[in-house]
Design a protein around this ligand. Structure first.
Ligand SMILES: Cc1cc2nc3c(=O)[nH]c(=O)nc-3n(C[C@H](O)[C@H](O)[C@H](O)COP(=O)(O)OP(=O)(O)OC[C@H]3O[C@@H](n4cnc5c(N)ncnc54)[C@H](O)[C@@H]3O)c2cc1C
Length: 286
């Protein structure tokens, strides 16, 4: 299928973009890398009258380290740039691990951090990472700027806290502290496919291999990116390596409600989430 007719504009000034989005009152949508939006247009799942290409907005670009110990990534940061950035590798290495699982090279060359968070696909890697890392999203519109914690940003299936006319401008990630470990794994039918089940984890370690505080989030088997509080609590104090999943198996069933989908039963998803959780915890590393 082909997209319905639309107009296209590529503003170079952020306020201009805000004004165009506000004046068109829902009839205009921003486009970044187009890796999700173009598919929905071509399938006629959405039919905006105007596409506002945000690719030339300097305020949405760039990577920096701030004095408050956060790394700010512009919304236009490409998935490919997450993999290549020394700053990200040093301070937010979970994003590097996650980005290598996003689609294929062509998608990583065009897809953006802001686009992935705004689209809020429950099978996407970056929303889950933003949640476990405690990231803060910088949102902007004609009305001004506001900051929203990632945990509060994802509201439901493909649903976020973004208001009409609002853009994700950048995302702030706390830099990883010494003694913190990370883990990431996903299961997909083929490499590059969206995850059937995935886990992102951040944990402080006590002594050598005992988990202190932990934060885990699932993707692929949930309807939105959110923390898994019961699992996070259940794994605290566990000594690694874990011989089995006894300590957190019940907590997974508390945090995740799965449904049958074509080719994958709800119970199988829970089983995969359990297997993957143990795998991620046993492979926690700096
Ligand atoms: C074959 C294929 C495989 C893929 N596999 C994966 C995968 O395994 N994992 C994964 O996570 N993703 C995957 N993707 C999606 C890809 O990562 C997209 O790039 C990403 O989801 C959206 O980023 P984008 O910049 O392309 O956004 P776009 O497609 O341009 O936009 C997506 C949505 O976000 C909105 N938007 C974009 N930027 C902003 C902003 N700054 N502020 C507010 N709203 C904004 C748009 O209006 C639109 O609604 C895949 C895509 C394809 C085509």
């Amino acid at each position: 299928m082909k997209a319905r007719n639309f107009r296209y504009i590529r503003p170079t000034i952020l306020d201009q973009a805000y004004r165009i989005l506000a004046e068109n009152d829902g009839g205009a949508v921003p486009i970044a890398g187009g890796q999700s939006l173009l598919a929905t247009l071509n399938m006629r799942l959405s039919a905006p009258k105007l596409l506002v290409d945000i690719g030339d907005l300097n305020e949405l670009a760039g990577q920096s380290y701030a004095d408050d110990g956060t790394v700010r990534l512009g919304a236009l940061t490409l998935h490919r740039e997450l993999l290549a950035s020394e700053l990200v590798r040093k301070h937010v290495p979970l994003l590097v691990r996650a980005a290598s699982h996003i689609g294929h090279v062509a998608i990583r060359n065009r897809g953006t951090l802001g686009g992935s968070l705004a689209y809020a696909d429950p099978a996407a890697e970056l929303p889950a990472c933003a949640v476990v890392l405690g990231a803060t999203l910088e949102l902007g519109s004609l009305k001004g700027k506001r900051a929203v914690k990632a945990e509060e940003f994802f509201k439901g299936l493909f649903e976020t806290d973004l208001q009409p006319g609002e853009l994700i401008v950048g995302v702030r990630f706390p830099a990883m502290q010494a003694g913190t470990m990370i883990g990431f794994a996903e299961l997909a039918r083929r490499h590059g496919d969206f995850a059937l089940v995935g886990v992102a984890a951040v944990a402080t370690m006590q002594h050598d291999r005992t988990i202190g505080q932990a934060r885990l989030a699932y993707f692929g088997c949930v309807n939105r990116a959110k923390l898994a509080p019961s699992v996070s609590a259940a794994v605290e104090g566990l000594a690694l390596p874990l011989p089995d999943a006894t300590a957190f198996e019940a907590a997974i069933r508390t945090d995740i409600t799965t449904e049958d989908t074509p080719g994958l039963r709800a119970d199988t998803k829970l089983h995969l989430a359990t297997v993957l959780t143990r795998r991620v915890l046993n492979s926690l590393s700096a």
